[in-house]
Write a protein of this length. Structure first.
Length: 171
């Protein structure tokens, strides 16, 4: 009887997590791995750079790893298809959700802020999405690097600021 096998997909999934985790740790923040994956792989928790205190809120991250990244003929655009069920979960989340697509062959990743991406599509209507929808990421602008982590944190903090005084726990 054969033992269980570690597949290439398992390896590149771990590499995708390692790719983003390094940037997060260098910036002084942490990633929590979500054990049961029903649409999110990681939560990013942030800390005040001056005091080290944990900050309110978090960002959720879904990782997708591939050996076969699809790039349009323009050589500038990465395409990736996402399941409607995932999109519906991510789009209606209060805190920011980020999709990170890891290109294992080139050891690089691309990211989008899900809610902002779809809010900025003029004709987007969740009710019209069938089984899946294709997103487009700019190969330069959307490349994940250490500066991307700062942007992700900025987006999360903006949601915190906007929700102050709006959300009430008085029932």
């Amino acid at each position: 009887m054969r033992k269980k096998i570690r597949t290439r997909q398992h390896v590149i999934e771990d590499l995708s997590r390692n790719y983003i985790e390094r940037f997060v740790l260098i910036q002084g923040h942490t990633l929590e791995i979500i054990t049961h994956d029903y649409g999110y792989d990681l939560n990013l928790y942030t800390y005040n750079k001056d005091t080290g205190e944990i900050e309110n809120g978090y960002s959720s991250i879904q990782l997708k790893a591939t050996d076969n990244l699809f790039i349009l003929n323009d050589k500038k655009t990465v395409c990736f298809s996402i399941d409607r069920r995932d999109l519906e979960l991510w789009y209606y989340e209060l805190y920011p959700v980020f999709l990170v697509v890891y290109d294992a062959k080139e050891d690089r990743a691309f990211w989008i802020y899900i809610q902002a991406y779809f809010n900025n599509l003029p004709s987007f209507d969740m009710r019209k999405v069938k089984n899946s929808i294709t997103i487009h990421m700019d190969i330069v602008k959307d490349k994940l690097d250490i500066k991307s982590i700062d942007k992700i944190i900025k987006y999360k903090n903006r949601i915190n600021y906007m929700s102050e005084g709006v959300i009430s726990h008085d029932f």
